[in-house]
Design a protein around this ligand. Structure first.
Ligand code: COA
Length: 239
């Protein structure tokens, strides 16, 4: 049941959330608690969620109260750790089965959403000390490992390793443990071009056939089709 201890816990959590805003938002440095509570939409949203979650756990229905005021929609059943900071807030959506660890930072427009109509665990788990850039979409029951950074506007549909930086759509790691990712999929600018490879192979084959025909005709002239050479200059992908 909802009691004194729940209230005490909620007050402690709210105090920690205000402290996180001061730590992680340069604009909040030196700003008083009352001013942060009145003006920081992300803090208001977390505050409302702490109360909504406590009520939800006690069986009292209380849904989406903060959405109209802050533009942040956190399902009351979502599990959120200590020191969450939502910067600016607007457009943030956190689904029912999402789990967020401690000291996580979310910027505006972040979605922790599901991918379909499945029931059960269908929203992301975000571990401790993760930062998620503005507009990023984290979809499905994936896990974002501790201390990972998700770039602005990234679409994440697979697990993210701890201590990594993930960017792009689909999101892919560009740094793991501070090092550039190596391997065949690491260069997303100069991608393989199977169509150009097939045309090159055909041109070579036609060249061979024309040479062979020329020999049979007693005419050693080179064929019309020239072999393709690797194209110089900037990549068509703009890289
Ligand atoms: C991803 C981010 C956290 C930087 O993390 P980082 O570990 O310091 O990574 P780096 O800056 O070294 O970037 C790593 C690579 O990803 C690229 N990159 C960084 N952010 C990117 C993004 N959002 N989308 C696509 N590529 C991105 C960089 O150009 C770099 O490419 P390179 O390997 O070819 O040099 C940061 O770029 C970001 O997106 N932060 C969110 C900020 C935000 O939402 N602010 C809102 C304030 S209101």
């Amino acid at each position: 049941m909802l009691g004194f201890h729940t209230l005490q816990r909620v007050v402690q959590e709210i105090r920690a959330d205000v402290a996180s805003a001061r730590d992680r938002d340069p604009a909040a440095r030196g700003v008083g608690t009352a001013e942060i509570l009145m003006n920081w939409g992300g803090v208001q949203a977390i505050l409302t969620h702490r109360v909504a979650h406590a009520l939800h756990e006690s069986g009292v229905p209380f849904s989406y109260a903060s959405r109209a005021v802050t533009g942040v929609e956190i399902h009351p059943a979502a599990s959120i750790g200590a020191d969450l900071f939502i910067d600016h807030g607007s457009g943030v959506v956190i689904g029912e089965t999402a789990e967020i660890g401690d000291r996580v930072t979310l910027y505006q427009g972040v979605t922790l959403g599901g991918t379909g109509f499945a029931r059960g665990k269908r929203h992301p788990t975000v571990e401790d000390d993760v930062t998620v850039g503005s507009g990023a979409k984290l979809l499905g029951p994936i896990t974002v490992g501790h201390c990972a950074k998700v770039g602005a506007n990234t679409v994440v549909i697979q697990d993210v390793p701890p201590n990594s930086t993930v960017v792009g759509n689909p999101g892919h790691p560009v740094r793991v443990e501070g090092r550039t990712v190596e391997g065949p999929d690491a260069d997303w600018i100069h991608l393989p071009d199977p169509v150009a490879d097939a045309i090159k192979a055909l041109a070579e084959r036609i060249g061979q056939l024309e040479r062979r025909l020329g020999e049979l005709d007693g005419n050693s002239a080179e064929g019309e089709v020239k072999e393709l050479r690797p194209k110089q200059g900037p990549s068509s992908a703009g890289g």
